[in-house]
Write a protein that binds this ligand. Sequence first.
Ligand SMILES: [Zn+2]
Length: 267
Amino acid sequence: MFPKEFLEDYSLFRKLKLDSDLSERVDYWYKVPINMNCSLCESNQTFNMTNAFQDDGFEEWVLEAPDRVFHLKYICQSCKTFDRRFFIYVNKEMDTCYKVGQYPEWEIKMDKNLEEILGKHSKTFRKGLVCEAQGYGIGAFSYYRRITEEIIDELLDSIVDLIDEKDKEEYMSALQQTKQTRVTQDKINIVKDLLPLILRPNGVNPLGVLHSELSEGLHAETDEACLEVANHIKSILTFLINQIIKTKEQNREFSESMKSLLNKKSK
Ligand SMILES: [Zn+2]
């Protein structure tokens, strides 16, 4: 019913489109287990929903879903003590829902690699997370755009090591061109098509998406529209940084093991 990803990750007021074939009667809805941190177990655990959808404290006898706020209670399957609550509004047309409340509140959690890499910029990133948690999309978008502007040169530089030898020259000359402009979108535009395959999950080009989202965001005026764009920018930055670190790590391990293998052979 409410998808796992929606319950686990969506911030307040971020809208989700509902399936058009969703029943208007809540007794046909199924309960989805979720995986989140348990403060008592101090680890990620499965949480199961323990109440019925219609148990909202007001109209337990009403089974109709449209234009209603639901109160979902989830409990940790391991300690059976720590619980999580979600308050979710479903609109009259039954095509959209969003969280209006959550306890414990949506976590301002920052990816560990990201925090380390961003260093002094991580404060700006954290402000973006805070805005996102409150549903302030315009604010979140502005902070994530700022971060992108601050780190874009380093980010593009760090991709060099992941480029195949034969394509390196082309990338390096594009990289030189990026130094001529101060506009982030222009920089991205110059190198986006030269991105190595390892940085393109399922053929999607994250720099291409980043480029269009940064341009798009300027025209997206509502908090709601900006929230969506901000979330994409955040995910792309997180993916790129993590993937670059991972690949460099793997390359180093690979060349080290090759070296020791070759050393062994030569002896
Ligand atoms: Zn627990």
